[in-house]
Each structure stands twice: as C-alpha cells, then as structure tokens.
Design a protein around this ligand. Structure first.
Ligand code: UDP
Length: 328
C-alpha cells in the first residue's frame, strides 16, 4: 500500500484530499495543527485502519515513522480574513513549514506536491493568467504575508528539485468552493450563503465589478491528483476559467437561496484583485484535465452543505467586521 502524508488535512482541501486518497487505496497520514482546520472534516475517517492523524504544527521539525511515497503540503491559512488575524503563522507555514517538508521528502525519497495559489499573481495585469506570468504583488500589503510566503514556497521547492534532485510538483490553485468550506473564513461563498441563511443582506465589497472564477472542489481535487501522478515539475494552474463579477454572483446566490434580502455595498479591501481567471491550457494538455462541474450544480451542493449547519454554527461568524478592519 502506498503511503501519503497530507498536511492541512483537517482543512477544506486537505480533508477532500484525504477522502480521495483513501478511495484510491492509499495509507493516509493526516497532519494538522487545527488553527484553521476542524477535526469534524475528517472524523469519518478515524475508524479506518489505513488512516492516522497527527496533531502537529509543520513549522516545527516534522517526523513520520516508516516509508513515505508522497507528501501533499496543504497546511496554510487560505483566506484574507485569516492572513489578517494570523499573519506570522501564515508566513511561517509557507516558508519554514515547506522547508521542513522538503527535508522530509529528501530523507524519505518521497515525491512532494506543494499547494501554491493564484495569489502569487497578485492583482494581475495580464488576463487570463498563464503560468508564465510573474505577477503583480504588493509585498507589504495585508495579503503580502500569504502571497510572498507562497512565492518563496515555489522558489524553495524548485531549489530542492534542482539542487537535491527530489521529485516536486507545484499546483497553483484558483478560487475553489464546496462542502466543508469554513463558514466564518470571510470568503465570498460562505459569506453570502451564511448571510442568506441568517436572513441578512448580502455584502458586496467595492462596486462588485471585480471578477473571480470558481472551481468546484471535486474538479480541483481531480486536477491535483493528476498533477501528482504526472511527471511535470513546473507550476500548473488548476481552476475553473468560467469568470463572473461579484455583483452578478450575489444575484445568483439570491436566486439559488430564495432569500428576500438585498445586496448592500461595503468598502473594497486593500489589494483585492480586480480580475482573476486561470488559463488552463497546460492542465488540459499535460494532465488531460478540465473542470466538469458547472457553477449551478456546484453551488447547489455547497448550499446543501451549509443548510446542514446548526443555528449555533451559523451564528458563530466574525466576517461581519471584515470590511471595517481591512479598510484602505
Ligand atoms: N467579497 C464580497 N463580500 C464578502 C466577501 C468577499 O464582495 O462578504 C469579495 C471580495 O472582496 C473579493 C471576492 O469577493 O473581491 C472574492 O473574495 P474571497 O475572499 O472569496 O477570495 P479572494 O479575494 O482571495 O479571491
């Protein structure tokens, strides 16, 4: 049985990766420090013999007994509200955490895939974003701690590949959504769905003309799986190129949820990218991958998940003061 270490395993993407690799008959070693992750995302796996969980912070030395075939490094805060709350941890897990895991990959002779992000393109001046675009990042802005940690992560990963010859893969993940997103992570999808369920107005930041392209989690996980199994070492964009403005998206959520509330406008957070859309030609060509789940179907499934949350969980949200704290 192949053995895989997944960091950030109790998070949104990490937990879906655990499910996928269990399904593919791997022995899954899950690791998380539970700062932003939640054990309820993986508790259904605890009874399995080929699943184990380590409560550990990967910015400290990482040690795993036995052989390891693969490592997936998905530990990181991943939403603007988290970078504001825990900026130092965000920098450390991308930099020190990645260093530790590359070291582990070297001693175990494991193949390692690291989770990079469309954020490395910053507020992009090229549209759509190809992997060749170097980006437009404000190093000292509120998002800088995430963007620069992820850029450093890509550099050190390529250095380990070139200098130590370890097998590395880099995925650049664009906005992804689906069940198990954290309700209070401040991201637009949980924010709008939570607001609809609580009977609050939907908060659009800025004039809503900024765009995003949302990828359903099953598609994203499949792209990551294919990249890990490929022999391609350079970064690959995995995301859904179907672009929409945030105000149009708010209207879609009003229609989907049937809420009687309206859209209200708040200040645009600093360095909020105006346009974001992946060019996925590489993923198509190299991995034979493209997204299959449309927004209507994906959002329906995601809303069904949020509908299962208790009233208490729905109230436990602090995104409401986000636009206030994140003013220019
Ligand atoms: N956004 C919004 N209302 C909210 C939360 C987010 O209008 O309650 C906007 C946000 O300003 C951004 C877009 O939605 O332009 C996507 O934000 P998210 O935090 O989900 O992801 P990111 O900015 O990292 O792509």
């Amino acid at each position: 049985m192949k053995r895989i270490l997944i960091t950030g395993a109790a998070g949104f993407l990490g937990s879906h990766l655990c499910d996928r690799f269990i399904k593919e008959n791997f022995h899954v070693i899950a690791m998380d420090n539970l700062i932003t992750g939640d054990l309820k995302n993986i508790e259904h796996l605890f009874k399995l013999e080929n699943f184990e969980f380590y409560h550990h912070d990967v910015t400290k030395f990482v040690s795993v007994p036995g052989k390891l075939d693969y490592i997936l490094h998905f530990a990181s805060p991943a939403s603007p509200i988290d970078y504001l709350k825990i900026p130092i941890q965000t920098l450390k897990v991308g930099a020190l955490g990645t260093h530790n895991l590359l070291g582990l990959a070297k001693v175990k002779r494991a193949r390692i895939l690291i989770a990079s992000t469309s954020e490395i393109y910053g507020d992009p001046l090229v549209h759509p974003q190809t992997e060749e675009y170097y980006g437009n990042v404000n190093t000292i802005g509120p998002r800088g701690v995430y963007d620069e940690a992820k850029r450093f992560q890509e550099s050190i990963t390529m250095a380990y590949h070139r200098f130590h010859g370890i097998e590395t893969r880099i995925v650049r993940i664009f906005n992804t959504y689906g069940p198990r997103m954290r309700l209070n992570d401040g991201r637009v999808i949980p924010a709008f769905m939570g607001q609809a369920l609580r009977g609050e107005d939907l908060t659009v930041f800025g004039d809503g003309s900024q765009t995003r392209s949302f990828c359903y989690v099953d598609d994203e996980i499949d792209g990551i799986y294919r990249l890990l199994m490929s022999d391609y070492v350079y970064p690959v964009n995995i995301g859904n190129p179907h672009e929409i403005t945030i105000s149009e998206f708010a209207e879609e959520i009003i229609k989907l949820t049937g809420t009687k509330q309206k859209v209200i406008y708040k200040d645009l957070p600093q360095d909020d990218p105006m346009q974001r859309q992946p060019d996925i030609s590489k993923a198509k060509e190299i991995l034979g991958w493209e997204p299959k789940v449309g927004r209507e179907e994906g959002m329906k499934k995601t809303y069904e998940y949020f509908q299962t949350l208790s009233k208490e969980e729905l109230e436990k949200t602090d995104h409401r003061d986000f636009s206030e704290r994140n003013k220019k």
